[in-house]
Design a protein around this ligand. Structure first.
Ligand code: DSN
Length: 432
């Protein structure tokens, strides 16, 4: 008998997986970077390519038996190119951080200067944080947002770029609710011969459907995750719309000058990763197929309507939104006028099964472990089927918990209300 037939089901793990499914079903998920994939995305991810080594790229592998894997990866690449009108794509990065690591490896030398949005102003760890490889291996410079408006300070970005001449300017954020002026950033970069990297991990699904500005026309390289608004499996991608010779004369490991796409491929494998996760790539292919559908256009439009409705409901209750609103799927809320820290808000809402994350607000006076704010996103609840009408209910539940944060009885009552409310929005009913 084959070994796998003789093995018993690991009930310890599968009981925990069931508990996690129940948690996801019962709660209101407002973490701006999370979503619920389709069942077919999950099925593809939990499938047979997990057994296969496929170092290399379609048609150029270091292992035999890759003929089907090649078809899967090619399908993922072609669908992704179609979504973003890209001419080249790499679907192998295991995460957004890995995608950014590969871009840095392909384009920069250790010690080169980079310029990104400060983490404390909404940026991302991999855009130069001292705690991350990007801040340890490169000289990281930062731009911020304007105190009065909460929007990116493009004048400061330009002044820093002209004075410091970074090799790369990075745009994109983890907690920024406004759209980006990619053309302005490119104009600055052209003055100093810098590359522009757009990390669109958060708004990718909205950009895919033309609902936000298009970074591809202005930015040399675009990276993303696949699991946020793009609603695929956890993973990363790198794309180019216009391939080009690398401008800094950086050579491949054999000393040849190569196109940017060739350098990026080399930087992903063998530069930073070994065997690609082809089961995840299969799930990416499924998700990209979904992104191409008209249904996904409707989904993206509903995200924007829900974000506007939630933003209005929060403002009505006196919540202070950074930049006074949103253009995309998320809002950043400064809780100082409510005498609450982000930590306290997150922990209290957790007890009522309302999940979001504490987040530093621009010019925060509290540590990143405490913070003065919370970040709220609507992609996951939009996937659950909520529309504008339900945003008022969600905000009223949040408000009830926050305004009664020391009242365990009220919090428990809200938890029951949340559970009853979420029954209207079934999640994976096929799973029983
Ligand atoms: N920073 C994470 C987030 O947006 O939640 C992603 O890396």
């Amino acid at each position: 008998m084959a070994y796998f037939c003789a093995m018993q089901k690991d009930t310890l793990v599968f009981d925990l997986l069931r508990k996690e499914l129940d948690r996801q079903r019962h709660g209101i998920e407002l973490i701006a970077s999370e979503n619920f994939t389709s069942l077919q995305v999950m099925q593809a991810m939990g499938s047979v390519p997990t057994n296969k080594y496929a170092e290399g790229y379609p048609g150029k592998r270091y292992y035999g038996g890759c003929e089907v894997i090649d078809e899967i990866e090619t399908l993922a690449i072609e669908r992704l190119k179609q979504i973003f009108k890209a001419t080249w794509a790499n679907v192998q990065p295991h995460s957004g951080a890995q995608a950014n690591t590969a871009v840095f490896l392909a384009c920069l030398k250790p010690g080169d200067k980079i310029l990104g949005l400060d983490l404390s102003m909404g940026g991302h760890l991999t855009h130069g944080s001292p705690a991350n490889f990007s801040g340890k291996n490169y000289q990281a410079l930062f731009y911020g947002v304007k105190k009065e408006t909460g929007t990116v300070d493009y004048d400061q970005l330009e002044a820093t770029a002209l004075a410091e001449k970074p090799k790369m300017i990075i745009c994109g954020a983890s907690a920024y609710s406004r759209d980006w002026d990619y053309a302005r950033i490119r104009a600055v970069a052209d003055k100093i011969g810098a590359l522009v990297l757009a990390d669109i991990a958060h708004p990718a699904g909205l950009i895919a459907k033309g609902l936000l500005n298009d970074p591809f026309e202005h930015c040399h390289i675009v990276t993303s995750t696949t699991h946020k608004t793009l609603r695929g499996p956890r993973g990363g991608i790198i794309m180019l719309r216009h391939d080009f010779e690398n401008p800094f004369g950086i050579k491949d490991p054999k000393g040849n000058t190569r196109t940017m796409s060739a350098l990026l491929d080399l930087a992903v494998f063998p530069g930073t990763q070994g065997g690609p996760l082809e089961h995840v790539i299969a799930a990416k292919a499924v998700a990209f197929g979904e992104t191409l559908s008209d249904e996904f256009t409707t989904y993206g439009q509903q995200i924007l309507r829900n974000a506007q409705a939630m933003s209005a409901a929060l403002v009505k209750r006196g919540y202070n939104l950074i930049s006074n609103g949103t253009d995309n799927h998320l809002m950043l809320i400064d809780l100082r006028n409510k005498n609450l820290t982000g930590k306290k808000a997150q922990e209290t809402l957790d007890k009522a099964h309302i999940t979001l994350n504490k987040n530093a607000v621009p010019f925060d006076d509290k540590s990143p472990f405490v913070t003065s704010g919370i970040r709220v996103g609507v992609p996951a609840i939009t996937t659950r089927g909520m529309n504008e009408g339900q945003m008022e209910t969600v905000v009223s539940l949040i408000d009830k918990v926050l305004m009664n944060h020391d009242d365990e009885h009220t919090i428990k009552a809200v938890k029951e209300d949340v559970k009853a409310f979420m029954k209207q929005f079934p999640l994976y009913p096929e799973l029983g």
